[in-house]
Design a protein around this ligand. Structure first.
Ligand SMILES: Cc1cc2nc3c(=O)[nH]c(=O)nc-3n(C[C@H](O)[C@H](O)[C@H](O)COP(=O)(O)OP(=O)(O)OC[C@H]3O[C@@H](n4cnc5c(N)ncnc54)[C@H](O)[C@@H]3O)c2cc1C
Length: 512
């Protein structure tokens, strides 16, 4: 078997005889494209492809077959949170002969979707079942983009193979920027549950961790909202970056926490057609090309400004996790067929005087969380105490004037005109303005009459870190507790959270 690198136009990509000829494969010889990256930097847009030719190239993808059923006396590991970190931790527990007991405050995916539909319809957020909370975590009703820069943190291929084994399109294995799509993710998460339960794992839905059970100073389980105790030998805490009650619990109990820099900004929305024309160099691009994406970064006044979770052909969703907050995020279906392109545009936020909070508060591990909460509340009030999205045209934002009219939007709710240049913290406004001008130099037309900004993109990553020992992965004060995933500040995104889940389960299995 040999691997060949070739470049193919979108038309050539879909013609097997051309791929075969260009890869030097003999007639009838097995062949498979194993990697594809779309390169639109030059006028002739091409796919850079890796093609495997010869016997062995059709090797089947590994599945969940390495899971074994746990024995009745297996060590119990409590996994708090059924997001990507928790689910992949549970799968690895099963592979290591440990019994995962998953505790999840929300509902199974099949029921969760009704609560999510209700958010836009009734403008009410259930604090246990929403865009972030419920089976599958924040990753379920997301774009399902599966790329990560954390390739050194574990075997990304294992995560992708598991998704495929649970029903994802095998194409995710070859795309450099693979995505699954919201419409497919819920079925995949349900299949993961079936695999976990079949092999002896246990789920407790509607069960919110309210406290940690300590036995002689070691974490030995949790106490839920009804006072029930669920015991285990170890606790993997994978509650995500929106579980503010968990951070409050740590602060109340005096357990070690640290403030962690995060990023805050807005979601920018353009017509997808406009982004296609910018990225594919004009109107005459191939109809075989997918809706175009972008990834942009700039430096402004000592801050990073960057595009984040860009969703081609996507929609914007109200992602608050409780009443009194306004938060936006983006997602798309597998076909990415909405007429809008949206992306978070965020500014890095660090602990310093720019935050406008007193020096005493600056010393608190929850200082950045409080800052994040205050902006979300301000946006909620600006929208008339509702989850309507405060919105401003990008040109008006740059001219620091309110928008007298708004354009169409893919927001799953209503948009309402609001002066974001007055509502966002001043340093965020200044950095965003510089960032947008820099982006427009890289992508001519990014600043356009149709572009508008929706607020607030505040849940980019956790503003708090729950520390852990770099070797044992246990909390420095609480043996047996494994802070895990995005909420603990050790991951960002679906794949890196899944990898961190695997790492934590490995660490538990190695513990004597
Ligand atoms: C709309 C949207 C789109 C996104 N799109 C993408 C994308 O395309 N690609 C990507 O890589 N990332 C995306 N993300 C981010 C991604 O979803 C997260 O990075 C990832 O889900 C984090 O995984 P996690 O397991 O650490 O935490 P989470 O997914 O947040 O899971 C935490 C789980 O813990 C549960 N929980 C919380 N508190 C408690 C408690 N006290 N007791 C019991 N259970 C609790 C929650 O209900 C939740 O199920 C998106 C996020 C959103 C909201």
């Amino acid at each position: 078997m040999k691997a060949v690198q070739i470049d193919l136009t979108p038309e050539e990509y879909h013609q097997l005889d051309v791929v075969r000829r260009r890869a030097g494969a003999a007639p009838g010889e097995p062949l498979r494209i194993t990697r594809r990256t779309l390169d639109c930097r030059r006028r002739n847009v091409v796919y850079h492809c890796t093609v495997e030719v010869g016997e062995g190239s059709l090797a089947s993808l590994s599945s969940l077959s390495s899971l074994s059923s746990v024995s009745s006396g297996a060590r119990r590991v409590l996994v708090v949170g059924a997001g990507p970190a928790g689910l992949f931790a549970a799968l690895r527990c099963l592979q290591r002969g440990l019994k995962p007991v998953i505790v999840e405050r929300g509902k199974p995916v099949e029921e969760r979707k009704y609560d999510i539909a209700r958010i836009a319809r009734e403008k009410q957020v259930d604090a246990d079942s929403n865009w972030c909370f419920g089976e599958g975590g924040a990753g379920t009703y997301s774009d399902g983009k599966l790329y990560t820069r954390s390739t050194k943190r574990g075997d990304v291929g294992e995560v992708l193979r598991t998704f495929v084994a649970c029903g994802a399109d095998p194409d995710i294995m070859l795309d450099a920027h693979a995505h699954i799509g919201t419409d497919r993710l819920s079925g995949i998460i349900a299949n993961m549950r079936h695999a976990i339960e079949e092999h002896g794992g246990e789920y407790h839905f509607g069960t919110r961790m309210e406290d940690l059970l300590l036995k002689e100073g070691r974490a030995g389980g949790i106490v839920d909202q009804h006072g029930n105790r669920i015991e285990a030998e170890a606790v993997i805490l994978a509650t995500g970056h929106s579980a503010r009650d968990i951070y409050e619990l740590f602060a109340r109990r005096g357990w070690l926490l640290k403030a962690k820099p995060f990023a805050l900004g807005v979601r920018v929305e353009h017509p997808q057609e406009l982004i296609n024309e910018i990225q594919y160099h004009g109107k005459g691009y191939s109809p075989l090309l997918p809706p175009a994406a972008y990834s942009l970064t700039a430096q402004a006044r000592g801050h990073g400004v960057f595009s984040f979770c860009m969703c081609p052909g996507g929609v914007i969703v109200p992602a608050a996790t409780a009443g009194g907050q306004q938060v936006v995020n983006g997602m798309s279906n597998s076909r990415r067929n909405s007429p809008y392109a949206n992306s978070g545009i965020a500014v890095t936020v660090d602990l310093n005087g720019e935050l406008g909070i007193g020096s005493e508060e600056l010393g608190s591990p929850l200082a950045l969380l409080r800052f994040q909460q205050a902006v979300e509340q301000r946006m909620f009030h600006a929208a008339g105490d509702s989850i309507d999205a405060p919105t401003q045209r990008l040109e008006d934002f740059l001219h620091r004037r309110a928008s007298s009219t708004l354009g169409q939007s893919g927001y799953m709710g209503q948009t309402v005109s609001a002066p974001l240049h007055e509502l966002l913290p001043p340093f965020v406004v200044d950095c965003l303005a510089e960032g947008f001008r820099a982006f427009d130099r890289k992508m001519k037309g990014f600043i356009s009459a149709e572009a508008q900004l929706l607020a607030v993109e505040s849940r980019t990553s956790s503003p708090v870190r729950i520390p852990r020992d770099s070797e044992t992965l246990q909390h420095p004060q609480l043996a047996g507790l494994y802070p895990c995933g995005e909420g603990a500040g050790y991951a960002g995104g679906i794949v890196s959270s899944a990898l961190d889940g695997i790492r934590c389960a490995e660490a538990v299995s190695l513990r004597k």
